[in-house]
Design a protein around this ligand. Structure first.
Ligand SMILES: [Zn+2]
Ligand SMILES: [Zn+2]
Length: 350
């Protein structure tokens, strides 16, 4: 295997007072990670059920216990900040940290239905993914890869989905820069659909649909935002969102753990660049959903091609794309901004 953990993160697995795992990923060695969680939290009780809709065949997770979760706390009550005992005890007992991962206290998926993790990008409450140093984003790429590999080895897990909801417009309940990971016991519908298309395409052409689409985008160039040696970022020909940026590896790579160190270096740079372009479009930070599409744990690895999709929701200053009748009711997306125009704006040609 390639020497990918370069620079190497130091990983320390600890437990919170209710038994949930907290994992520190340190960029430098030698940190004392023995600070105990001084809170007396009750054991997490979950009532998640996986229910299959007989009309669509798709699953819904019913998680009634989540209604009590913390919603947009004041900055001085943020549960993702470092702890300041005795008064300020948070989810992270340490006085400082680089990247921290812990099991969600109010998980949608737990036990038989999977696992939900929170990935805290920085101890700095006021920062954001796009304003982090490239070196930190590079660390986060390693953390995503490490979590993908580890969670994928757990019994029953079929898909590891790393994502970031950014902005209250997307339903964020904590402002502190963080992402999430859902380890599903099934392959979610969108990923299943993409895998079906890729498998059929491979069957009829022998090729990879994502490799071929990438080659066409690069040849046409009208929707390309930026390109490096290993990755290209572009607004897809049939993008669904007002500003949709797909960041795709040139190599046919199935998942995050399979990226080389050099690829991860460039990915961190391109990721920061693209989020910066989105934030620079209009007034204020761009609300977006950042999704990692990668190979499922089981069958389909050979057909899968890694993709990072930033789905940005603001279509004009003060105007959001809402998922209404056609999108929510019919599943048919209407995009009010041409992908070519969106790409030109993201290239700074407005
Ligand atoms: Zn915070
Ligand atoms: Zn491919």
């Amino acid at each position: 295997m390639d020497p990918v953990m370069d620079p190497v993160l130091t990983r320390t697995v600890t437990k919170l007072s209710d038994g949930r795992e907290l994992i520190y990923y340190d960029e430098t060695p030698g940190h004392d990670r023995s600070a105990a969680d001084q809170r007396d939290l009750p054991t997490v009780s979950t009532t998640s059920q996986l229910r299959r809709d007989p009309l669509t065949g798709e699953f819904t997770t019913v998680a009634g216990h989540r209604q009590d979760r913390i919603f947009l706390p004041a900055a001085d009550q943020c549960p993702l900040d470092p702890s300041r005992p005795p008064g300020r005890l948070t989810e992270i007992p340490a006085a400082d940290y680089d990247v921290a991962v812990f099991e969600n206290r109010f998980p949608s998926l737990a036990g038989d239905t999977g696992r939900c993790e929170v990935v805290v990008f920085s101890s700095d409450h006021g920062s954001s993914f796009g304003s982090l140093p490239v070196a930190r984003i590079r660390s986060i790429v390693d953390v995503w890869a490490d979590r993908t590999a580890e969670l994928g080895q757990r019994p029953g897990i079929e898909y590891v989905y790393c994502f970031e909801n950014r902005g209250v417009e997307v339903g964020v309940t904590l402002h502190h820069p963080h992402g999430q990971i859902y380890a599903f016991t099934y392959v979610p519908p969108r990923m299943r659909k993409m895998l079906e298309v890729a498998t059929a395409y491979h069957g009829s052409t022998g090729g990879c649909v994502a490799c071929d689409a990438l080659a066409e985008e690069r040849a046409e160039a009208a929707r390309v935002i930026t390109s490096g040696r290993y990755f290209t970022a572009y607004v897809p020909y049939a993008g669904r969102w007002p500003f949709q940026v797909d960041i795709v590896p040139h190599r046919h790579v199935p998942d995050l753990p399979a990226l080389t160190a050099a690829e991860r270096d460039e990915l961190a740079e391109i990721g920061k660049d693209c989020v910066g372009r989105l934030d620079g479009l209009f007034d204020g930070p761009m609300p977006y959903i950042g999704s990692w599409y990668q190979a499922p744990v089981g069958a389909g690895r050979a057909e899968s091609h890694l993709r990072w999709q930033l789905a940005a929701l603001r279509r004009a200053p003060g105007k959001l794309k809402h998922l209404a009748g056609t999108e929510s009711g019919a599943g048919a997306f209407m995009n009010d901004i041409g992908p070519e125009r969106a790409a030109a704006m993201l290239r700074g040609e407005q």
